[in-house]
Each structure stands twice: as C-alpha cells, then as structure tokens.
Design a protein around this ligand. Structure first.
Ligand SMILES: [Zn+2]
Length: 70
C-alpha cells in the first residue's frame, strides 16, 4: 500500500481528483468538524471519501439549515 500523497482518489460527488488522507496519519478532513449526522449521511450516500471542497460545501449547507442531499 502506497503512502504517497498523490491525487489518487476521485471525488464521487464532483469528480475532482484529490487525495484522501484518511488512511494516512492525517487527512485534511480532520480539520472539518463534520456532524455525526452528516458523516452518516455521507457514508450511506457515497462509498468513498469526498474532496475537501465538497465536504466544506456540505458542511456549510448543513449549518445553513438546508439538506446536504443532492
Ligand atoms: Zn468533490
């Protein structure tokens, strides 16, 4: 298993290439304080991680009181 920080993942929401560091020591998404509800929704909706841009967008949408579902 490579630990190289390549853009080896593709966001299932927007198709943007990115690297998820969840399998590494740290990931950018650790800085995002996603709610438990949003995490569960994402886990149910997507098989893979989303890029940071989408995570931030969904987080802001949730905080704005709108549904994060597309
Ligand atoms: Zn994305």
């Amino acid at each position: 298993m490579s630990t190289a920080t390549l853009l080896d993942d593709r966001c299932p929401r927007c198709g943007q290439a990115f690297h998820c560091g969840a399998q590494d020591a740290r990931c950018d998404c650790f800085d995002l304080k996603l709610s438990e509800a949003l995490r569960q929704q994402l886990a149910a909706q997507y098989e893979r991680c989303l890029c940071i841009a989408c995570l931030k967008a969904l987080q802001q949408a949730e905080q704005a009181g709108t549904t994060a579902a597309e």
